[in-house]
Design a protein around this ligand. Sequence first.
Ligand code: SAM
Ligand code: ZN
Length: 391
Amino acid sequence: MVERLNEFGFPVKWYSEGRVRFVAPEFPTTKAGEPVAPTKWPIFYNPFSSLSRDLTVVLARTFDRKIRVAEPLAGSGVRSIRLLVETDTVSRALMNDINPYAVKAMKLNAELNGVLDRSEFYHGDAAVFLTALSGTENRVSYVDVDPVGAPSKFVENSLRAVENNGLIGVSATDLAALVGNHPNACYRKYGLLSAKNHFAKETAIRLLASFVVTRAAAMNIAAHPVLSVYHRHFVRVFFKLTRGRARVIKILANIGWIQACDCLRSTVYPLENLPDGKCPRCGGEASVAGPAWVGPLQDVETVEKMLQRSEDLPQAFETITKIRDEVDAVGFYPVDKIAKNMKIQPPSPAKLVEKLKEIGYKASLTHVDPTAVKTDAPLEEIIRLVSAGVC
Ligand SMILES: C[S@@+](CC[C@H](N)C(=O)[O-])C[C@H]1O[C@@H](n2cnc3c(N)ncnc32)[C@H](O)[C@@H]1O
Ligand SMILES: [Zn+2]
C-alpha cells in the first residue's frame, strides 16, 4: 500500500469522513506554516466541506429506488464513495475530473472502500462527461455540481444529465460575488444583480437558486429547491427536477426582486414590477438584488425525510433540524443591526423569537446567521417589542 501512496509523487495521507477512509494530499503548508488553500493542492479535498457531503448522503437516502449518480467534479472521489458506502440507494457512481491525479486517487479510494465494481471513472472536461449522459437512456438520478467558485458553466449540462424526478445539488464558493461585495463579478458569472443587504447570505442562496431555476426553465425543466444551506465558505441548493411546461410556468412565479434598506425594511417585488430603489418606509436609498428566487427554500416533506435519515451524521442532523424550524420568509433581521438603528443593546435572538410567537407571529432563528431572527411580523412590530425592552 505504501508503494501505491508513493506513486502520486507528492505526500498523501489517510483521512476519514463519514464511514469511509481515503487518501488525499497531506495538508501542505506555506513557508510561514499556514495551511495552503485546497485549491492549490495537487488533488482537491476540503475537510471543511464535510457538511456539504453529509447532506448529499442524507438526501440520496431519501430516494425510494436504487439510483445511479454522477459527479462531474469529483476530486478525490470522497463524495461519490461516501454515497456508495453510506446509502442503500446509490448502486452506482460515475466520477469525473479534469485532473489526472484526482482520477488516480478516486480509483484507489474506491478500491480501498470496496466499491470499485460499483464505480466508473472518467478523465476529462465536465461538459464532455455530462453531455454523454444527456440522452434519455443515459441520464442519472442525481448529479452533484461542486466547483471551486461559480457553478454557472456546469449547470446546464448537469441539468440535461438528470432524469425526470431526479435531483441535482449545486454549490457555489464565490460568495464575494453573491453577497454583493463584487456585483460586477456576480453579473458576469450569473447575469444577476447581487446586493449588500442585511441578509446578504440568504440573498446569495436566493441568487444561486434563481440561476438554476431559470436555466432549467429554458430547458423545460421545473427545478424545485428542496434544501438550501449556507455554511462557512459555500452556499448549496438541492433541487428536484420535473419536466413540463405547465410546471415551469408555475415555478417562475417565484422569481422576483428583493429590495432592502438600511432601516431594515425589505420588500419583495414580482419580476414585472422593477423596484425603484427608494425605501417605502424611510424614503432612503435601498439596494435591489435579483432576479432572485423568492419562494420557499426548503421542501417540508424532503426535509422531514432527511431528518429521519441523518441520525448517524450529527452535523447534518443539527443543520437540517435548524432548517426545518425556519420560518418561510424572505430575509431576516440581525439583532445587532436592529440595536444599532435603535441605539440600544442587542436583544437576544431566541427571546425575540419567543416574544413574536407569543403574540401570534411566526418566528424562528436561522442557520444562516446565529444572530438573526426570521419572522412574518412587520418591522414596526419588532421595533415595538425591542424598544419595550421585552427581549
Ligand atoms: C471543489 S473540487 C471537488 C470536490 C469534491 N466534489 C468533493 O466533494 O471533495 C472541484 C474539482 O473540479 C475539478 N475541475 C475543475 N474544472 C473542471 C472541468 N472543467 N472539468 C472537470 N473537472 C474540473 C478540479 O480538478 C477539482 O478536483
Ligand atoms: Zn428605509
